[in-house]
Design a protein around this ligand. Sequence first.
Ligand SMILES: O=C(O)C1=C[C@@H](OP(=O)(O)O)[C@@H](O)[C@H](O)C1
Ligand SMILES: C=C(OP(=O)(O)O)C(=O)O
Length: 434
Amino acid sequence: MIKLTQAPKSGLHGEITVPGDKSISHRALMFGAIATGETKIENFLPSDDVMHTMRAFQDLGVSITQNGRQLHVVGRGINQFKAPKQPLDMGNSGTSTRLLMGLLSRQPFDIQLFGDESLSQRPMKRVATPLLQMDANIELAENGTLPATLHANKTLKGITYEMPVASAQVKSAILLAGMQADGVTRVIEKLPTRDHTERMLKQFGGVINSKNGVIEVTKQPELFGQNVIVPSDISSAAFFMVAGLITPNSDIILKNVGINPTRDGVLKLLKRMGASINVNQIQNEGEPMADIMVKAQPLHGIEITAEDVPGAVDELPILALAATQAIGDTVITGAEELRVKETDRIATVVAELSKIGADIQETPDGMIIHGKTPLHALNESALLDSHGDHRIGMMNVIAALITKGDVVLMGEDAMSVSYPGFLEDMNALMREKK
Ligand SMILES: O=C(O)C1=C[C@@H](OP(=O)(O)O)[C@@H](O)[C@H](O)C1
Ligand SMILES: C=C(OP(=O)(O)O)C(=O)O
């Protein structure tokens, strides 16, 4: 349990570089492991989730050495792993689990995957269903969850799969299996989801075509080790963007943030709320990056609908906090995917922000937030809870900056799932302006 603090009257100031992107760090490890030759990863994110992916590959016989945020992977080539001696521990990480189910669906030995309590409740059939159609041999627990067994399997066949949910994890699992399958694998997306897998496959010398929502891949003969530079995670940066916008007198610069157009929904939505955010692009190739400048300013309520969700799916909790400080109503619909994340994020966002006086209602597929409401600890003191969910923990820390009264946070450890050092970076922005 930790005591949270309000921002100083002079606001938040300074320049920070948030850690590397979680989605890209997972994928860099995966492609490094199946490539031939060496892969160097710069600005790797050593967070709890990504470390579970790293240890899984070590259990599969891949040599990986870590030096802080630099990683060195000696690839084994596709289908060249060693049989692991024990079940692979996926911890809290949906991305590790779902992508590895696809990547490891054609190995000559059985592999078991298990996860923590939260991950063991999340739906895995969405990945197993298309993989079974590809002739993978996957067994899940009766209710379609972990633990999973990926049974030994020699062949996979390509399929055409129309995605029933907008999910980059499902798409990536199919593509990672499709790279090892006979024939063509085609994924059809109604709404675009993050395309880091597609971009990285190209960087590693693979061939993949994507046009008008149809992504096509065939068997990849060989991939080649690369130097990967991981941009800073826009999902982590989003907490400080909102902090800078809603905390009076603030101005913050966020360096080297990944602004892949399939991930930058938070910028688009904040701009729609009236924010003027300065985005100075510094790299255009591979994964685009920018320095982002935010200043405290007034916001107004907006409608966020299903089309907006995939590009900002992990940022909706912090956007809900921004909406409490926006004038007018913010109505979020088409966001039922939030119910199957680390927690039911519709329920946990509403529960937490209600504790500090937000006017917020839960709906089946989203929430309605009436702004602008001053936040204050009801009964002088508020006991906030991460519910074991990193993004809910960080949302609470940012909320406390503008909440009157005593605020404490339970379950703060969860934040290291995606952002080890979050509180230190937060504190650095709180130092009084010189
Ligand atoms: O592919 C990825 O790296 C991710 C995809 C998203 O999940 P879904 O595919 O379930 O939407 C996102 O919520 C998660 O944090 C990371
Ligand atoms: C949903 C998330 O991650 P994952 O699905 O990998 O657990 C997240 O990081 O917010």
